[in-house]
Design a protein around this ligand. Structure first.
Ligand code: GUN
Length: 306
């Protein structure tokens, strides 16, 4: 008879799911191009030289090329003024070949992120970070034009894995504007009972142990995340779905880069108890890029097919 230690969670292969979605998108882009002679366009604005931002942006650029989306790359110097950045955003708002605008975050400290994101045309807000899109996500009976990419990718992974959300206890770990907060709102819209665990939460493991699904996303913007919220296998309820959004670089001399990426969860131990689990890398990451392409396609279709 199998003992409980023989249990192995189903590993959700985000890379494979993202690949399927990307080929669906490529088909639709081809059809648009044949029917209307137009392709979707995505503008990616990057300010300064952060290594992590540059690597995200180059991934996004490659993914666009692969599915036939035209990318517009705008690199601005670290010292750019807020007025210049906003004027660039306005120029992209007015460009009919651009259907999606993404301003890579975080911005240098002298730039007001709230002000800049608020200038992106609602119809081109493929990140879904415009206050009106986020506001609609938070409100009952309202639908935003775009959902933020990582949260949308998490829900897509759950649904394509046959995991229902309605009535389930979901615990989100982290409350960032990019992932934690919007994924909580999205789960609530899908009728989960949502709890957010954050840096001031007392006894987080007690709350996480109750969860039917756990979404740890205390990641990059909070460097202390991995120390505070490294989630042990013993914190996971038997059969729970674990969607690990954490991306933490840890030193690894066996790698050419000198580091490797790990999530916020002890994957090996959690796999022994969870029902489903996403790996890092190869789980949520590829889905974020796929959802950005999907949002750009949807934005383009709203304009081109009208
Ligand atoms: N920085 C880290 N993740 C993201 C994202 O999803 N969108 C943008 N614009 N910046 C980011």
């Amino acid at each position: 008879m199998a003992s409980s230690s023989d249990h192995k969670a189903t590993v959700i292969d985000g890379k494979a799911v993202a690949h399927t979605i990307r080929s669906e998108i490529a088909d639709e882009v081809r059809q648009l191009s044949q029917k209307y002679g137009k392709v979707p366009g995505l503008a990616v604005v990057i300010v300064g030289h952060r290594k992590d931002s540059q690597s995200y942006v180059s991934m996004k650029r490659k993914a666009c090329a692969e599915v036939g989306i035209k990318s517009f790359d705008i690199g601005l110097p670290e010292q750019v003024s807020e007025a210049e950045l906003i004027s660039k955003v306005h120029e992209l708002n007015a460009n009919p070949d651009v259907h999606g605008i993404l301003v890579q975050l975080p911005l240098p400290k002298h730039l007001n992120e709230e002000k800049v994101l608020g200038e992106i045309s609602l119809e081109k807000d493929v990140d879904g970070f415009h206050p009106l899109n986020i506001g609609k996500l938070a409100m009952k009976g309202r639908e935003p034009l775009f959902l933020p990419c990582t949260p949308k990718g998490c829900l897509e992974l759950l649904s394509r894995s046959g995991i229902s959300i309605k009535g389930k206890k979901a615990v989100v770990v982290g409350r960032s504007n990019i992932v934690g907060l919007p994924v909580s709102l999205l789960l609530l819209k899908e009728d989960a009972t949502v709890t957010i665990v954050h840096s001031r939460t007392k006894e987080p493991e007690k709350i996480i142990r109750e969860a039917d699904m756990v979404l740890p996303c205390s990641r990059t913007s909070e460097p202390s995340g991995i120390k505070e919220f490294f989630i042990q296998g013993s914190w996971i309820k038997s059969g729970a779905a674990v969607i690990d959004v954490g991306t933490n670089a840890v030193d690894d001399r066996t790698k050419k880069s000198g580091y490797r990426l790990v999530g916020d969860v002890d994957f090996k131990e959690a796999s022994k108890v969870a029902g489903w689990i996403t790996p890092v890398p190869g789980g949520v990451g590829p889905m974020t890029v796929a959802m950005l392409l999907k949002n750009t396609l949807d934005g383009a279709k709203r304009v081109i097919e009208q």
